[in-house]
Design a protein around this ligand. Structure first.
Ligand code: FEO
Length: 400
């Protein structure tokens, strides 16, 4: 009935796919769905690592039962208390009343608050171990990746890292959980978008977590979202290292613009033409009215260059661009090359605010921002083109 192919001897994926939810955390689009992963380790003692969203508890419990039959579970390892993983803890405790819940002090505070569970707990601290028989788990805290209680568990026999949300991605698991058995091309953009939106604010804590696991000979990564990584471990760790240092993946420019009646859009065309004429091939244009800011944010993590344009609106910045600025500022993205442009009808304000954003973010402002009054003139179009060229020239200085 279910895919019971083990990840390693007697270690099973018992997660579920969510193909129904439209918005993760009720605000992030899920065009390719999302998976909630949980893992069952069957040893002399039986341990379950994390649970799944409560909406899928039925399927989840049936999957576990299909493997265990009448046997009970000894330990529930709670690496992360966010409800997409912790949601089924209450039901699990009802079904397996003797289960001992393993977590740290912060986990237990949340466990009590969400589920009023405060008995049969086994508290672990940094570096503590738990023997299951042939296998031993070692726990490492990973605070603020991306909640304070987060920890990871390392299994010593097959070198498996149960990594909570780290190395996770949006997107369902289609047909097989292992990256060795599926085409993973569909995951890289969604992995970056997941990182940018969920973990992106916490670059420094992520770097600390990466340093901790660097000394472990990890051969398999079992995240709470997305594929089980076996073939692509080097790549996923390298990406996490880049993103958490706010280092761009490749040469390129994101142009994010808002436009009510097409004038700022015309300037957008001019700026993009200038960037490409300057020798930059990767130019991604996002209309903030059509593209959810999570996808734009993901591209801001991907590329070094960022150009934002919009009209003045009610004496300030166009609202959807303001939302994007807020999302970028919240993540504290570092070291971008940035410039801006905009338009107005009777009194300009947006370009002033967009220009000040470079100071807010401590980014280098490239060239002179362009501000256009009413219909776009030939001169302003040329200024927009030259602004794009300036950005390209500055980027080329990085990789001559
Ligand atoms: Fe996937 Fe932070 O929960």
């Amino acid at each position: 009935m279910y895919n019971r192919k083990p990840i390693a001897e007697n270690i099973f994926h018992v997660g579920v796919n969510d193909r129904q939810k439209s918005l993760f955390e009720n605000y992030l689009p899920l065009p390719k769905g999302v998976a909630y992963n949980s893992y069952l380790i069957v040893d002399e003692k039986i341990a379950l690592v994390d649970t799944v969203d409560i909406s899928f508890a039925d399927v989840y419990l049936t999957k576990i039962e299909a493997i265990l039959g009448e046997r009970s579970i000894d330990y529930l390892i709670v690496n992360h208390m966010e409800p997409d993983h912790a949601g089924s803890i209450g039901l699990l405790r009802q079904k397996y009343p003797n289960i001992t819940i393993v977590g740290n002090a912060k986990t237990f505070d949340m466990l009590n608050g969400y589920f009023h569970i405060h008995t049969q707990l086994h508290e672990v601290k940094e570096g503590d171990t738990l023997s299951l028989g042939k296998r031993t788990l070692t726990f490492y805290t990973a605070p603020m990746v991306h909640w304070p209680e987060v920890m990871v568990a390392y299994e010593d026999r097959d070198n498996i890292l149960f990594s909570a949300d780290a190395f996770g991605t949006f997107g369902t698991i289609d047909g097989d959980y292992s990256d060795a058995c599926i085409n993973t091309d569909c995951f890289w953009d969604e992995m970056r978008r997941y990182y940018a939106c969920i973990v992106g604010k916490y670059g420094t804590p992520t770097q600390s977590a990466l340093k901790k696991i660097a000394s472990l000979p990890v051969k398999i990564i079992c995240s709470t979202h997305g594929p089980v990584w076996q073939q692509e471990i080097v790549k996923v760790i390298d990406l996490y290292d880049k993103w958490s240092r706010y280092e761009a993946e490749e040469e390129g420019v994101v142009i994010a613009f808002g436009s009510m009646y097409g004038n700022t859009q015309q300037l957008t065309e001019a700026v993009a033409e200038g960037v490409v004429a300057g020798g930059i091939k990767n130019v991604v244009i996002h209309n903030v009215s059509k593209t959810d800011s999570s996808f734009i944010l993901s591209d801001v993590f991907r590329y070094k260059g960022l150009i934002i344009g919009c009209p003045t609106y009610m004496g300030g910045v166009y609202p959807l661009v303001e939302k994007l600025l807020s999302a970028i500022e919240c993540r504290g993205i570092k070291n971008r090359l940035y410039t801006c442009y905009g338009s107005f009808t009777w009194a300009g304000a947006a370009v002033k605010r967009l220009t000040a954003f470079s100071q807010t973010m401590n980014w280098e402002l490239v060239g002179t921002p362009v501000e256009n009054k009413q219909a776009v003139t030939k001169e302003k179009y040329q200024s927009g083109f030259e602004l794009g060229q300036e950005m390209a020239k500055r980027l080329k200085l990085l990789h001559p």
